[in-house]
Design a protein around this ligand. Structure first.
Ligand SMILES: [Zn+2]
Length: 86
């Protein structure tokens, strides 16, 4: 089932775990698209709008769960979508 689209850029949202959110916040990023509250321990976020918070400049970004249930990371996800220049 498809995830809802981001309200800012229309990209399909992904999800991150509580632990990943804690790890991200330790780096004090600006986060724009994070959901107000988690659902079953997973937070919905946009890998386009929050690509830097998700680790765009890291060799491997934080783990994100796509709508197919697969665990990916931001650089791989944007590449898979053909959006390297997003
Ligand atoms: Zn977005």
């Amino acid at each position: 089932m498809a995830n809802p689209k981001c309200k800012y850029c229309e990209l399909e949202t992904v999800e991150i775990s509580d632990q990943t959110l804690q790890d991200m916040r330790a780096m004090h990023p600006n986060i724009r698209s994070l959901a107000a509250r988690p659902k079953n321990g997973w937070w919905r976020i946009c890998a386009g709008c929050d690509q830097y918070a998700l680790g765009r400049e890291m060799t491997r970004g934080f783990p994100i769960r796509t709508s197919s249930g697969e665990i990916s990371e931001v650089n791989q996800l944007l590449a898979d979508l053909g959006l390297e220049d997003f």
